[in-house]
Design a binder for this molecule. Structure first.
Ligand code: NAD
Length: 470
């Protein structure tokens, strides 16, 4: 079994204390991961602090070239990273799974390498010159979840190091291996201390959010932990980017022929076994088409093969961990007990592994847990509505707002309704499609701040104004 190590101050760090990383497809041990400690975290932060002035002093062109070299290295190791991702997270390799995540990681890195932040001249006249300069914040801590462990690590780390910050990353204990390997690869190209990785759970997370020498935290995960980080980091007034949970609604406008959209609707809800922050998690369908659309979606979903992600003939892998399997099962059970109709699926698969049959649930009401809570799994509730105004109000009724979508054969009509959704991204005739050039973030309890694009890059900087009197 391969030994995975943490990277701190340019060195590989092992630990006699380890924890098992389980394969969600069969619950076998993929590898023992080294367990980080609070002391090691402190060492990593000190290394990042020492590396910061030298890294920040490099030219943007130099750092950009380094990012492109990292993208090359990810591509050169794509097969290894993709297999490892499937082994630790469960996702399929094809079907917008691990190969897509690794390819996206390289592509995202290259786009980030091409972003530039220019000084802004605010005034330049006989009285004086005022220029706003963007400077790197310093040491950034990244805390990542288990659903897209490699992609989200890239989203956090690349803009930070591109703009001149140094980083300590803490992956989810469910999926630490691809991050350990990514940082090992990056470390061959970067000066010691620019990128560090320390594993662990809440105890390392709590040290991060109270650490006096960390300037910013970028966190992707649940709203509950996001709130906890925010209150914990108040004492040291850290900058925060919080990408939190969502419960995205999709509205199919009355009279829409969904045949051209059926695969997109499926991917919107079931890609990555439904474990996407911005998955379509509540689908609103007009009463005049309710039965027809429920049947069509359920029939399409039931053609999909569920099984280990390593077998290319499977479309959907297992859930990523037992906790999530139990959560999805309990939300579907609650709906069933309260009178909802399970049109397809509705049960775990027998045998080892965290497999759950892709599920479509009809006759659901807004007060069922499957609708109110984020299921984060392969179970789509379909809700009936009478008027579009009512559907929009119900879509907006929750305290989260990451994404939303409107589906229509008339895209302009769709765009008008999409603009009424209270969320960070409103799609028309798609859902969950992200671009490195488009700002991404949530409103309400789905988060604070923005990732991707120039706006995302700015979150790793502060503004210094140079004000010259003439
Ligand atoms: P989680 O909040 O349980 O864990 C996320 C990370 O926080 C892990 O690394 C975990 O170890 C760490 N953590 C745990 N306790 C901590 C503490 N006390 N202090 C600091 N860090 C701590 O989330 P998860 O279950 O890994 O991920 C699923 C959630 O993430 C879902 O709600 C999903 O919607 C959300 N998510 C959001 C986005 C987005 O971009 N908005 C993307 C992916 C996932």
């Amino acid at each position: 079994m391969r030994i995975y190590t943490m990277t701190v101050d340019g060195h590989s760090v092992t630990s006699s204390d380890t924890f098992p990383v389980l394969n969600p497809a069969d619950e076998s041990v993929v590898a023992e991961a080294p367990k980080g400690t609070v002391e090691l975290l402190d060492t990593a932060v000190a290394a990042a602090r020492r590396a910061f002035p030298g890294w920040a002093a490099q030219t943007p062109e130099y750092r950009s070239a380094k990012l492109n070299e990292i993208a090359d290295l990810i591509e050169a190791n794509a097969q290894e990273l993709s297999t490892l991702l499937t082994l630790e997270q469960g996702k399929t390799q094809g079907e917008f799974g691990a190969d897509y995540e690794v390819g996206g990681a390289a592509a995202w890195t290259r786009v980030t390498a091409g972003l530039r932040l220019d000084d802004e001249v605010i005034q330049n006249d006989a009285q004086g010159r005022i220029v706003a300069v963007r400077k790197p914040l310093g040491v950034v801590a990244s805390i990542t979840p288990w659903n897209w462990p490699l992609a989200i690590a890239i989203w956090h780390v690349m803009p930070a190091i591109h703009i001149g910050c140094t980083v300590v990353i803490k992956p989810s204990p469910y999926t630490p291996l691809t991050t350990l390997r990514l940082v090992e690869l990056m470390n061959t190209l970067l000066p010691p201390g620019v990128i560090n990785v320390v594993t662990g759970g809440a105890e390392i997370g709590d040290r991060i959010s109270t650490h006096p020498d960390i300037n910013k935290i970028v966190f992707t995960g649940s709203t509950a932990i996001g709130r906890h980080i925010m209150s914990n980091s108040a004492g040291t007034l850290k900058r925060l980017t919080l990408e939190l949970g969502g419960n995205d609604a999709g509205i199919i406008l009355p009279g829409t022929n969904i045949d051209p959209f059926i695969d997109r609707l499926f991917l919107a809800s079931f890609l990555n076994c439904g474990q996407n922050c911005s998955a379509l998690k509540r689908l609103f369908v007009h009463s005049s088409q309710y039965e027809e659309i429920v049947e069509k979606i359920a029939a399409y979903v039931s053609t999909k093969r569920v099984g280990t992600g390593l077998d290319a003939s499977n479309h959907i892998g297992p859930l990523s961990n037992r906790m999530q399997l139990e959560k999805v099962a309990s939300l579907v059970e609650d709906a069933r007990k309260r009178g909802a109709r399970i049109v397809t699926g509705g049960m775990p698969l027998k045998g080892p592994g965290y497999f759950y049959k892709p599920t479509v649930v009809a006759d659901v009401s807004d007060d069922m847990l499957l609708v109110k809570e984020e299921q984060f799994g392969p179970a789509l509730p379909i809700l009936k509505y009478e008027t579009v105004e009512e559907a929009v109000a119900r879509a907006n009724s929750l305290d989260v707002g990451l994404g939303g979508s409107v589906w229509s054969n008339d895209v302009e009509a769709g765009a008008k309704i999409a603009a009424l959704l209270e969320c960070g991204t409103a799609w028309v005739n798609s859902h969950s499609l992200l671009s490195p050039m488009a700002p991404f973030g949530g409103v309400k309890s789905s988060g604070i701040g923005t990732e991707f694009s120039i706006d995302g890059l700015k979150e790793y900087t502060y503004i210094q104004v140079i004000n010259i009197a003439k």
